[in-house]
Write a protein that binds this ligand. Sequence first.
Ligand SMILES: Cc1cc2nc3c(=O)[nH]c(=O)nc-3n(C[C@H](O)[C@H](O)[C@H](O)COP(=O)(O)O)c2cc1C
Length: 375
Amino acid sequence: MARRRVPQAVFDYLDGGAEGEVTLRENCRAFEDVTFRPRHAVSLSDCDLRCRVLGLDLSLPFLLAPVGYSRLMHPGGEVAAAREAGKAGTGYILSTISGHPLEDVKAGSSGPVFYQLYLMGGRAAAEAAIERARAAGFAGLVVTIDTPVSGIRERDKRNGMKELLSGNVLEKLRYLPQVLARPGWLVGFLLDGGLRPLPNVILPGTGPMTLVDVNAALASSAVTWADLRWIRDGWRGPIVVKGILTGDDGRRAVDEGAAAISVSNHGGRQLDCVPAALRALPEVVAAVNGQVEVLMDGGIRRGTDIVKAICLGARAVLCGRAYAYGLAAAGEAGIERAIEILRADLDRTLRLLGCPSISALDRSYVTVPKRWEWC
Ligand SMILES: Cc1cc2nc3c(=O)[nH]c(=O)nc-3n(C[C@H](O)[C@H](O)[C@H](O)COP(=O)(O)O)c2cc1C
């Protein structure tokens, strides 16, 4: 449905990955390697889907991941996603690359909202955003460490994403037919005010950063462990480090004061040919040895995927495309539907597995192939 409602450039931005999309495919495929060991003939009336993440009681074992430019998919964008997460009793993570002011996103949600931080625009811009996030009551920061430059997404190149975002009408021309082919989306986009600068990246003396400048800004603002220390010193709440793929980096994040980490390859959008996030999970879980909560994201499309990740040691997962397809397809109602599908999947899967609750899941409910190391 998303493919039919939004222009090709917007759909491919959401759906696509880096380079040959090997990791993008592998993120989903890896779940097929893990099989269940159900316990039959047990009677379960109600399965308990609750889960505790960073001291927060969530109704579901998944949060909505940061998805930059969500407002391009539908005008409701980040506000709609935060509101639906809150309604479902779970958390939302707002990307730095948001079309809505962080205060509006927080105010729209009845649940916990985290702010995902890039250092685009330098420390001064980040400091201002952190201060605003604190004042608005954000539950924590999520620092993404796998984006020292933006990965190359070849579909975006082919579709002229950069040209479409730029202010140059001549450059845009040859890419406009795909936009005109989706009049419903186009009307909504224009009524929403068209392309807006980023309200949460305010450059001192210049104002909000424009979308077309994002890639260059990312390339000059890699987050380092030293930056993480600086962020930790200025933010007294919990910090989640997102983008861990090895046990070494997991331990380093613990040493640098992370409260939680997310095992992630950015949904296959950054370095291609890194392992599937699920595949990296057991190594990281073993390395951090219970010192921090371990989340994971990448390739979650069904409730069975969430259950498998939890069996392999994740406290909870982050879903990206699974809800963003819903947003692109049908706005806020689409996110509500996506969450409902996952919730129903989870309930059914626990019943079929013979497991009463998310908190009772462990390795004994799955088998992993012998070729998987660290398991
Ligand atoms: C369109 C899109 C934009 C994204 N933007 C960001 C971002 O701004 N910051 C970030 O940390 N991760 C970003 N991500 C990565 C997600 O947070 C998450 O790691 C990824 O989507 C998980 O994979 P999945 O889509 O297979 O669930 C983005 C993902 C997508 C699909």
